[in-house]
Design a binder for this molecule. Sequence first.
Ligand code: NAG
Ligand code: NAG
Ligand code: NAG
Length: 443
Amino acid sequence: MFQMLSLFVKKPLLTLTFLTLILLIAVISLSPSSLFSQIPLNYAISGESDIWSAKRILEWRPCNWWLQGHLTALPAESNGYIRVDCYGGLNQMRRDLCDGVGVARLLNATLVLPKFEVAAYWNESSGFADVFDADYFIQQLKGFINVVNELPAEIASKEPVRVDCSKRKGQFDYVESILPSLLEHHYISITPAMSQRRDRFPLYAKAALCQACYSALRLTPILEKKSYELLEAIPKPFLSLHLRFEPDMVAYSQCEYNGLSQASVEAIAAARGDRKPWTGETARLWRNRGKCPLTPNETAFILQSLLIPKNTNIYLAAGDGIMELEGLTSVYTNVVTKSSLLSGEDFKNMHGNTKAALDYYVSINSDAYVATYFGNMDKMVAAMRAYKGLYKTIFLNRKDFADFTGHGLKGKELTGALKKAHTDDFVMGRGSALPDCFCDFKL
Ligand SMILES: *[C@@H]1O[C@H](CO)[C@@H](O)[C@H](O)[C@H]1NC(C)=O
Ligand SMILES: *[C@@H]1O[C@H](CO)[C@@H](O)[C@H](O)[C@H]1NC(C)=O
Ligand SMILES: *[C@@H]1O[C@H](CO)[C@@H](O)[C@H](O)[C@H]1NC(C)=O
């Protein structure tokens, strides 16, 4: 903890207010990762150094305007009540929630606890309060936006009027298009549009979004306890690897792979539906654009290129549906999963969203995080790690991998090129593409 603190103090953060420091201390002391920060994750082998020992030039940290943004007074009058309705997997719902809080603040509305809808594939019904601590959420947002647990009696019995933003194209203006509905109905629900340009939000709205997304979401005590139990069971130090190579996502990618087992080929074919894989020149261009998920075998190859030793403790942050996993586990032999570490009825009864919460929790507390894809979970985890000052985070570069192998690089040439490309990304803080709430600091 003191290591991390002095790290913050030494850097040019002199402009930070006392309040900000308090916030940082709170964040750091709440984080279980401080338990492990003493243990060096030193992978250096015989003279050559691993990717993490490269000297970084740039680091992402929470922007000052966010940490100070709550000083903007809330409007005296609320324009009405907004509920954010969220769909999809856990991290997609969370992304929509973040945006929705920004919109609600922009419209000077009062926020009602969000609704977490679940996509068919989860087959469950985890609401917001089943995953996240609702009281903590409300408390952490004080001063940023008003949040209510219960509606006033005159509207409590009504469902909100749904205002659909998702279909609106381009740069539509929330104040222009949504405020009239809010004023008319007093209680509306929205699902934010992906295309919305948050960079046009006034800073107080962006600050509410950032605060909601990165400082106000804590797992429920029950989930937090389970997650901590899992974290403790993982051998330390460890790397959390988010591997994506499930039949549905491979089918969705429309990529073709050589040398997969018959079982994988059939599983992918079953998931394809009418989405045919690209062939010939199109397939090659598609792959070169970095559109193809890395196989476990390719992942193991890149990890080795980065000089991450084969005896590294790896936590596989993934579901049980990963194909061709031997491609990884035949090289990296110390791989654990939540199903290998947790047993018991309470784990068996956990659903998709709560299991995803476990992977999320472990990944924001691991010594290192490596993502093979760039999905909602990876973005959320990378941001939280930056928030907590955990810098050992990389996204494997599918585009470079396709490019190098496409140009016939092999053996030492290939591993050397991969090491260099990934080290450059790491040193420059590239690839993480941290959202609006984070600013880069020169180191
Ligand atoms: C919201 O309140 C701020 C002052 O806090 C004001 O400047 C802004 O115009 C208001 N916006 C709306 C949409 O009411
Ligand atoms: C979904 O849940 C219902 C009720 O718990 C169960 O009967 C059904 O088999 C489940 N479906 C799948 C695909 O898991
Ligand atoms: C990956 O697959 C290739 C081709 O099948 C094989 O030669 C290689 O040994 C595999 N590598 C790993 C790390 O499993």
